[in-house]
Design a protein around this ligand. Structure first.
Ligand SMILES: [Fe+2]
Length: 187
């Protein structure tokens, strides 16, 4: 149990603040809301590519995974779900836009989505999503590269991605561009 969280200013403090064994929804949320970090605190985990945003693992346990995502200007995720897990996103640099969707109808791998909500998150803000809230797409809508810290609890190995125009659902395997500062074979 973490008492009296003030401000979390380093990756080491962040990892030490999260229970590695059991997800505690309130505690995890409090920890994510206590982060005050920027690009300088995350350097070993920051990699940008022109072609795609990168997912860089800080720490993974049976209860959670903690990932740094690096977004070049205009880069965006597909519309996706979160496999029933909780996801918090802290904006460490830049500005991110989230558009939420709900599934109006779904049959096999076909679906109809409806846009429900649109929010801009600035540096220092924390977003939260769960499948009960909806699906979403995340985009770097700012004028500079962006960095986000994501906490997934429990870890997610696959998610569904949704093609809005074709109305199709596909399963996607999630990989890391780097793990604990080292590039992986996916990079
Ligand atoms: Fe997400």
């Amino acid at each position: 149990m973490i008492d009296n969280i003030l401000t979390i200013k380093s990756v080491e403090t962040l990892v030490n603040s999260l229970d590695p064994e059991v997800k505690n929804f309130v505690e995890y949320g409090n920890v994510m809301n206590a982060i005050d970090m920027d690009e300088n605190d995350l350097k070993p985990y920051c990699h940008w590519r022109k072609e795609f945003y990168t997912r860089n693992l800080i720490e993974r346990t049976k209860a959670y995974e903690l990932i740094v995502l690096c977004w070049d200007v205009g880069q965006y995720s597909p519309i996706h779900n979160h496999e029933g897990q909780d996801c918090w996103m802290y904006i460490a640099k830049g500005q991110m836009e989230e558009v939420q969707y709900k599934i109006e109808s779904e049959e096999n791998d076909n679906c109809v989505l409806k846009e429900t909500n649109e929010t801009i998150f600035a540096k220092g803000q924390v977003a939260y999503i769960h499948d009960g809230i909806g699906l979403h797409i995340i985009k770097n809508s700012g004028k500079e590269p962006a960095i986000t810290i994501h906490l997934y609890a429990n870890p997610i190995n696959f998610c569904n991605v949704y093609d809005l125009e074709k109305g199709k659902i596909n399963k996607r395997k999630l990989t890391y561009f780097s793990e604990k500062g080292e590039l992986t074979s996916n990079s």
